[in-house]
Design a binder for this molecule. Structure first.
Ligand code: FAD
Length: 592
C-alpha cells in the first residue's frame, strides 16, 4: 500500500489549529513566509512518500540483523538515510551556527510526522539525534559542541539516548552504570544498558552515545546522575573517527514491531572503561536528559499521528474497494463497497477524527516550544514555556494511544485480511504499539501531567488553556454554520468536565497523592478529548472564515461534529473515573 503525505492538511492544521499563522503574523519566525513553509512541507512529503515509504515493508520483513557484533540494516536503508541526511532534513530546526537551517520546530514536527508515517522504524533514529542536538546545544561545553555538533546536525553521525538498565526503566534513579573521573577531564564508563534504539548500525561512520551514569561519590537516586557523551569511535587529530571506544553492542532484541530499528544491549568497559565526556554538570545529568526527552516525547507523539494517518489512508482505500452486503438504499444489484455501511463509516470517521485531533495537539505543542524561544517579550516566552510543558505529556500519550487504537480499527476495517500480513494493516498495528511504552510510558506521562504540570504557576497555566477551549466551544455556538449539530453543546460539556476534573486534581494532589494519581490516565484522556474536539472545531471555524472551498469547510464542520457527538461525549465518563475512581482501585479485586 502506497503512502501519500497529506501535505495540504498538515499545512492547514499547522496554520489554523496550532497557532502557527499567529506566530508568523507576530514576527516570531523572522522573514519566513507561508510559501516557504509550504515548499518545505511539499518536498518533505515527496521524500517521505517516494524514498522512505517503500522501505517500510522490507524493513519489517528483513529487520535489523545482528552479526559478529555488527548490525546489518535492511536493503536500501543506508542509501535512503544518506540521501535523507544529504538533503538537510536532520538539521531543519537546528541552529545555523552548527550547520542547521534554523526553521521552526513546528515545521520540523510536521516533517517528523511524515518520516514516521512513511516508516516508523526509519523515523525513530533521527528523532533521537535531533534530541541529542538540542541537549548538546543547551548544556555541552563549547569544545564538545565544536567537535560533535556539526556532524550530528548534518546527520553524518547519529546519536543514541541511553537511560534504561534492567532494574532501571521508569525508575531512572535506580541506574547503576558507573563513571570514574580519569584525571584528565575525561571519564571512564563501565556497565550496561538495555533497549537502546539504534545503539549499533551501519548507517553512519560514527555513533554518539549519550549515556546516563553515576559517579562514585554521587548522591543516591535521580540527584546523582550525570550525562556523558561516549562516541563509538574516538576521533583522531583530524576530527575523523579513528579508534574504537570501549563500548559494544552485545545483542539486539526480537520485537513485536519496528523490526528495522535495532534495539540494542550495550556493554561498556570490557577494556577498563569507555572514554566519555561530561555534558552539563556532574550530578545534573537528568536535567540535560530532560531537554533531550521533551523533544523526543513530542516526536514520539508525532509517531502516533503518523502511523494513525497511514492506517487511516489504507483503511479508507480498502473500504472503497471491498464489497460486502448491500447497503440500505443502494442503487443497482450486487454488494456495496463496505464504506457504505454505517458501522464501517463509524470506524473510518473515528480514525480520521482522532488522527486529526492528535495532529493538532502535537503541532500546538511544537508552536508553544517555538514561542518559548522566539516570542518578543520575556513574559510571553515564559507562558509559552509552561504551555509547552503542560501539553507535552498529552501530545505524547494521547497521540500514541490513538495511534494504536486507529491502527487497530484499521485492522478491523480490513476484516480477516487485516490479520494477514500481506495487507500491511497488521504492521501498522504492531509498529504503533511501542510508542505508548518508550520515552516514558503513557502511565508515566499521565503522572507527569497531574503531579508536575497542572500545578505550574499555581494552576494558572492549565486554567488559561481551559479558558481558550471554552472560547472555542462558545465560538461554535455563535456560528450559524449549518451542519454543526450539537457540536457547541457537546464541546462545552467536555470542557466543563475537564475543568471540574482539573480543579479536583489540583485540590487533591497535595492532600492525597494516590487518589489523584489513580485518575491520572483517564484525566489525560479527558484532556486530549476536550482539547482535540476543540481543535477540530477551530479548524472548521477557520475554514468557514477563509471562505475558500479548498479549505473544505463542509467536510471540516462534519468531522468536528462527529468528534463532538461521538467522542467528546465520553468526557463525562472520564471525569467520573478521575474524581470517583480511586476507591475502586482498592486491592480486594486483585488478590496478592
Ligand atoms: C523498542 C524499544 C526501544 C527503546 N529505546 C530506548 C532507548 O533508546 N533508550 C533508553 O534509554 N530506553 C529505551 N527503551 C526503554 C523504554 O524507555 C522503557 O522500556 C520504558 O521507559 C519502560 O520501562 P520498563 O520497560 O522498565 O517498564 P517498567 O518501568 O517496569 O514499567 C512497567 C509498567 O509499570 C508502570 N510503572 C512503572 N513505574 C510506575 C510508577 N512509578 N507509577 C505508575 N506506574 C508505573 C509502567 O507505566 C508500565 O506500565 C526502549 C524500549 C523498547 C521496548
Amino acid at each position: 500500500m502506497t503512502f501519500s503525505a497529506p501535505v495540504a492538511e498538515i499545512a492547514f492544521t499547522l496554520k489554523h489549529a496550532a497557532g502557527f499563522a499567529d506566530a508568523l503574523a507576530q514576527g516570531a519566525y523572522g522573514d519566513l513566509t507561508e510559501d516557504d513553509v509550504e515548499a518545505v512541507l511539499a518536498e518533505a512529503g515527496r521524500f517521505a512518500a517516494e524514498v522512505i515509504a517503500p522501505l517500510n515493508v522490507v524493513g519489517d520483513r528483513h529487520g535489523a540483523v545482528f552479526q559478529d557484533g555488527a548490525v546489518i540494516m535492511p536493503p536500501g536503508w543506508k542509501e535512503a538515510y544518506t540521501q535523507w541526511a544529504a538533503a538537510g532534513w536532520n538539521g531543519l530546526a537546528a541552529a545555523p551556527a552548527w550547520g542547521g537551517q534554523g526553521l521552526p520546530h513546528a515545521v520540523n514536527a510536521a516533517c517528523i510526522e511524515m518520516w514516521n508515517a512513511a516508516s516508523m522504524a526509519f523515523g525513530v533514529g533521527p528523532v533521537l539525534t535531533m534530541g541529542a542536538i538540542e541537549a548538546m546545544a543547551a548544556h555541552a561545553s563549547e569544545e564538545l559542541k565544536r567537535t560533535y555538533l556539526p556532524h550530528l546536525v548534518s546527520g553524518r553521525w547519529m546519536a543514541t539516548m541511553q537511560l534504561t538498565e534492567p532494574q532501571a526503566g521508569s525508575d531512572v534513579g535506580a541506574l547503576r552504570t558507573r563513571a570514574e573521573r580519569a584525571g584528565d577531564g575525561t571519564y571512564r564508563i563501565t556497565g550496561s544498558k538495555i533497549f537502546i534504539t539504534y545503539g549499533e548500525h551501519e548507517l553512519t561512520d560514527n555513533i554518539i552515545h549519550f549515556v546516563l551514569a553515576r559517579l562514585p561519590d554521587a548522591p543516591p537516586g535521580t540527584r546523582g546522575i550525570s550525562l556523558f557523551l561516549v562516541p563509538k569511535f574516538l576521533l583522531g587529530a583530524d576530527g575523523a573517527p579513528a579508534t574504537r571506544n570501549d563500548v559494544r553492542c552485545h545483542a539486539i532484541e526480537h520485537k513485536l514491531g519496528i523490526h528495522a530499528s535495532p534495539t540494542c544491549t550495550m556493554v561498556y568497559g570490557d577494556r577498563g572503561g569507555a572514554v566519555g565526556w561530561l555534558v552539563g554538570e556532574e550530578n545534573r545529568g537528568l536535567a540535560c536528559m530532560f531537554t533531550m526527552m521533551n523533544n523526543a516525547r513530542l516526536a514520539v507523539g508525532l509517531q502516533g499521528v503518523g502511523i494513525a494517518e497511514r492506517a487511516t489512508q489504507q483503511a479508507l482505500a480498502y473500504a472503497r474497494e471491498r464489497r460486502q452486503g448491500r447497503a440500505t438504499g443502494a442503487d443497482g444489484n450486487g454488494p456495496s463497497p463496505i464504506i457504505a455501511h454505517p458501522d464501517v463509516r463509524r470506524m473510518l470517521l473515528t480514525m480520521r477524527a482522532l488522527t486529526r485531533a492528535a495532529r493538532a495537539l502535537c503541532y500546538a505543542t511544537a508552536v508553544a516550544i517555538d514561542m518559548a524561544h522566539r516570542a518578543a517579550d520575556a513574559g510571553a516566552r515564559e507562558r509559552a514555556q509552561e504551555r509547552a510543558a503542560l501539553l507535552t505529556p498529552v501530545a505524547k500519550a494521547f497521540s500514541t494511544d490513538i495511534g494504536t487504537e486507529v491502527a487497530s480499527l484499521g485492522v478491523q476495517v480490513h476484516g480477516g485480511m487485516g490479520f494477514i500480513e500481506e495487507t500491511g494493516a497488521a504492521q501498522h498495528y504492531r509498529d504503533a504499539r511501542i510508542a505508548q511504552i518508550y520515552e516514558g510510558t503513557n502511565g508515566i506521562q499521565a503522572i507527569d501531567l497531574v503531579a508536575r504540570k497542572l500545578p505550574l504557576s499555581g494552576g494558572a497555566t492549565v486554567r488559561a488553556y481551559i479558558d481558550e477551549l471554552r472560547q472555542t466551544a462558545a465560538a461554535v455556538g455563535r456560528s450559524n454554520a449549518a451542519g454543526f449539530g450539537r457540536t457547541a453543546a457537546r464541546l462545552a460539556e467536555a470542557v466543563e468536565s475537564l475543568a471540574r476534573a482539573t480543579e479536583w486534581l489540583l485540590g487533591t494532589i497535595g492532600r492525597s497523592p494516590d487518589s489523584a494519581l489513580a485518575g491520572a490516565t483517564p484525566y489525560l484522556r479527558l484532556f486530549g478529548t476536550a482539547a482535540g474536539g476543540c481543535a477540530l472545531a477551530s479548524e472548521a471555524l477557520a475554514a468557514i472564515r477563509l471562505g475558500d472551498g479548498r479549505a473544505q469547510p463542509a467536510e471540516r464542520v462534519a468531522l468536528a461534529r462527529f468528534f463532538a457527538e461521538n467522542i467528546a461525549v465520553q468526557a463525562g465518563g472520564l471525569e467520573a473515573a478521575v474524581v470517583e475512581g480511586a476507591d475502586s482501585l482498592a486491592a480486594e479485586a486483585l488478590p496478592a
